[in-house]
Design a protein around this ligand. Structure first.
Ligand SMILES: [Zn+2]
Ligand SMILES: [Zn+2]
Length: 350
């Protein structure tokens, strides 16, 4: 069999230097090295983090192709790859790790000292072709559209990791602060993990309605203190687990204040603010736990596909806009995200 001819060039939307607009580029097509796959990108999610990276917060290697939420079709395989073949539908786990260091072996590979994030430390999916290690490509079932496969790889996976870190299980009551990309998955996954009641806190009526459609009890934070509202609804007890998915000090404090005895607050929103807590009242007296959440694990991606397959995670309303691979359009989407103008989830279809 003659190997398929590799494409000579590919298009990409690149960050040449931090703080500048992304630009269109035509470059030599990447070729898969040993253990790698060349993937034709079918969908790449535009994430709020990408606005931070464009602004120069977090990303270090430039020039860089952004994009860490990727789904596509295997175009060709490098030497030694036996797990995937050309034509496979895949979605990409964005953390490239060594697999051998102490953290990798202990199953906390997001702390791998030589780890790299696709679309932040190495070239990502705002392109029509990308090379990734074969171990990072997970099978994407036929019934999951590429657009949904792409966004599963970031917000849904991190929502699942947050619920796991908070040890949400059968019969628990859960409060989810923020019904954005993570929150809409967190509400559904909490219920799939057996949570008896899920309270969804937000200020946006459309998001509260969406959470309610997925079985959550909406708590409108504009109508009063959400901690008091949830305490009233739980007979003063509070909740077994609270997830903060926004990135505000105040909502992080509320996630701690709302806990029941031995409750767990998992904090996943990004902020540079400092939070303040009352240690005796909120932590010691309740034996409460405050837990940080960083990314997610490769093993959680297969688990996530199981929830989608069983109809427990429905992302059919999550992608609200599809745009072409075009720098001007993508810069506009990032501007909207930066200004919190847009609540929608936009996906690039190259
Ligand atoms: Zn993301
Ligand atoms: Zn490692």
């Amino acid at each position: 069999m003659t190997p398929p001819k590799s494409p000579a060039t590919c298009r990409a939307v690149r960050l040449e230097s931090p703080g500048r607009e992304l630009v269109d580029a035509t470059q030599e097509a990447p070729a898969p090295g040993p253990g790698e796959l060349l993937i034709r990108v079918k969908a790449a999610g535009i994430c709020h983090s990408d606005a931070h990276y464009r602004a120069g917060i977090g990303s270090t290697n430039h020039p860089l192709t952004l994009g860490h939420e990727i789904a596509g079709i295997v175009e060709s395989i490098g030497a030694g790859v036996a797990t995937r073949r050309a034509g496979d539908r895949v979605c990409v786990h964005y953390l490239v790790t060594c697999g051998e260091c102490r953290d990798c072996r202990a199953g906390r590979e997001q702390f791998c000292a030589t780890g790299q994030m696709i679309g932040k430390d190495r070239d990502g999916g705002y392109a029509d072709l990308i090379c990734v290690p074969a171990v990072n490509a997970h099978p994407l079932p036929d019934f999951v559209p590429f657009e949904q496969g792409a966004i599963l790889m970031c917000s849904s996976a991190t929502a699942l990791h947050a619920l796991r870190k908070a040890r949400v299980g059968e019969g628990d009551s859960v409060a989810v602060f923020g019904v954005g990309g993570l929150g809409v998955s967190a509400v559904q996954l909490a219920r799939a993990l057996g949570a008896a009641t899920v309270y969804a806190v937000d200020v946006n009526p459309a998001k509260l309605a969406l959470a309610q459609r997925h079985g959550a009890v909406p708590v409108d934070a504009r109508a009063g203190d959400p901690v008091q509202a949830i305490r009233a609804a739980t007979g003063r007890r509070g909740v077994d687990a609270a997830l903060e998915l926004i990135g505000f000090a105040r909502t992080m404090e509320q996630a701690v204040e709302v806990l029941a005895p031995q409750g767990r607050a998992a904090l996943a929103g990004l902020t540079q603010e400092r939070m303040s807590i009352a240690p005796y009242r909120d932590v010691l007296n309740r034996e409460a736990e405050i837990i940080g959440v960083s990314d997610h694990l490769a093993s959680e991606i297969a688990e996530l596909m199981g929830f989608v397959e069983r109809g427990q995670l429905d992302l059919s309303h999550a992608v609200t806009r599809v745009v072409p691979l075009d720098a001007a359009t993508i810069n506009g989407v990032l501007d909207d995200l930066e200004a919190f103008r847009d609540d929608v989830r936009t996906v690039i279809r190259p």
